[in-house]
Design a protein around this ligand. Structure first.
Ligand SMILES: Nc1ncnc2c1ncn2[C@@H]1O[C@H](COP(=O)(O)OP(=O)(O)OP(=O)(O)O)[C@@H](O)[C@H]1O
Ligand SMILES: [Mg+2]
Length: 442
């Protein structure tokens, strides 16, 4: 028995979409529909699609462009063209653009099933030949945005040296992952990478944890113990949440950076260490310096090489690849077939502001994969917080009409102005949406 295969139906006619969806679902396939090429491209980016069924003549971008896009980017997907304007030329053009099957309207259900079966059989053979697809990843980091390209370049540069690196970014943006990438890309890769969270270790303990202690250094120190700096010898230490280190600890760290040596607790003999230091923070260190909470000289020592990772909401292009990455990973963990995401659900995830950044996205996807009982995740499956995220809190002076207008606009923006899609997300009909838009324009 084969498992349910995923089919994307692209047609500007709602009737055709519905007929295809109903028939193909009855055959046990999982079906996503798209009303146009732009929407279909987003669906393809986030889902593993076995077969794309597309119309050719559609307003805006036509089906040939979609065929080429799929042919170039998703070699393993099959393509079936349906057209109401059959012609030999059209068929030849479609085949040249990579279509596997061609079906002229009107067609019977039997003809449809035959064409779909033929295409899916090809897909199965290909799958056997190719094996499971390998996701593109750079140092385990996902993301194709300009900002990430910048980060990859910085990681490569930092890996080539032993300079101290400061990684700055909001919580959950991947600072630790970046520090790991630098370590594993460097000549220190075969030595330890030791992350230390300066915020979660109590101040008195932090010193002995970092530098170790000699026998009898304090009550209870019955044996000598090495600290993280010794453990990380010839490798890399990550001083995470560096802003949380006390001022006296900052002085000690400054010494390590300047002298490249440490003093074990209870000893006055300094020892040389060969450790690359990375520091990470989600705080604005310059602001802390102004307040006298962070030492300026330590800042300059740390800030030799800075990598700033922008929040996820400023890297919109990374959201879909990250969703796809985590869907694949979590599905594997849970031993299930990856669920698909509907076009509308994707639009909401894409438009959400992700205050918890990639960590939040990972948690949301994990929950969706764990809870999905079907093969398709749709808008009602999303956390309600996300569906109403455009209603920003904080400003309590706005009227209901203003809030509504702003929310409608943000939904429209997230679907590139596609009104019928926006109406579906908002759960109103197109007429109501039109009226509401007219009112706000007036
Ligand atoms: N670009 C990315 N690609 C893949 N996974 C990522 C990416 N960025 C972050 N993650 C994942 O998101 C989670 C959070 O990342 P990480 O712990 O590195 O964030 P952080 O910036 O150190 O957060 P905090 O400030 O809260 O310590 C991890 O599970 C990490 O694997
Ligand atoms: Mg971290």
């Amino acid at each position: 028995m084969s498992e349910a295969e995923s089919i994307l139906v692209v047609d500007d006619s709602p009737d055709t979409r519905e007929v295809l969806r109903r028939n193909l679902t009855s055959k046990g396939h999982t079906v996503i529909t798209s009303s146009g090429v732009t929407e279909a491209i987003a669906v393809l980016a986030a889902n593993c699609i076995d077969l794309v069924i597309t119309d050719i003549r559609m307003p805006g971008i036509d089906g040939f462009d979609l065929l080429r896009h799929v042919h170039e980017n998703y070699k393993e997907s099959e393509m079936l063209v349906i057209t109401g304007f059959p012609s030999v030329e059209g068929a030849v053009r479609a085949m040249k653009a990579g279509a596997d099957e061609y079906l002229a309207k009107p067609f019977t259900v039997e003809e449809l099933f035959l064409a779909v079966d033929k295409a899916l059989e090809k897909r199965r053979l290909k799958r056997k030949a190719i094996g499971p697809s390998i996701l593109p990843a750079r140092y385990g980091l996902i993301g194709e945005s300009k900002a990430m390209a910048e980060v990859y370049r910085a990681i490569a540069k930092a890996s080539a040296s032993s300079a101290t690196v400061l990684v700055q970014g909001e919580s959950g943006t991947g600072k630790e992952l970046i520090a790991r990438a630098i370590h594993y890309g460097s000549r220190r890769a075969s030595f330890p990478f030791v992350p230390v969270n300066c915020g979660s270790i109590p101040e008195q303990l932090l010193e002995s944890e970092l530098f170790g202690h000699i026998k009898g250094a304090f009550t209870g120190a019955s044996t000598a113990r090495a600290g993280f700096f010794q453990t990380a010898d010839r490798g890399t230490i990550l001083l995470d949440e560096i802003s949380e280190a006390s001022l006296s600890m900052q002085v000690k760290l400054l010494r390590v950076l300047q002298e490249k040596e440490i003093c074990m607790l209870g000893s006055s003999t300094p020892r040389k260490v060969d450790v690359r230091i990375c520091a990470a923070t989600n705080k604005d260190l310059s602001a802390l310096i102004k307040k006298g909470l962070f030492r300026e000289d330590l800042f300059y020592r740390l800030n030799v090489f800075t990598i700033v990772i922008p929040p996820l909401r400023e890297r919109g292009d990374d959201i879909i690849p990250l969703i796809q990455h985590f869907i694949a990973r979590k599905s594997e963990e849970f031993g299930r077939k990856p669920p698909l995401l509907s076009e509308e659900a994707l639009a909401i995830l894409r438009g959400y502001h992700w205050p918890g950044n990639v960590r939040e996205l990972e948690n949301v996807v994990q929950r969706l994969v764990a809870m999905a009982d079907g093969d398709l995740i749709e808008v009602p499956d999303l956390p309600s917080l996300m569906r109403f995220s455009a209603l920003r809190t904080g400003d309590l002076t706005r009227t209901l009409a203003e809030v509504e207008a702003e929310y409608i606009q943000s939904v429209l923006d997230s679907v590139n102005g596609n009104k019928s899609l926006a109406a579906r997300i908002l759960d109103v009909d197109r007429k109501t949406l039109r009226e509401k838009l007219r009112k706000t324009d007036a």
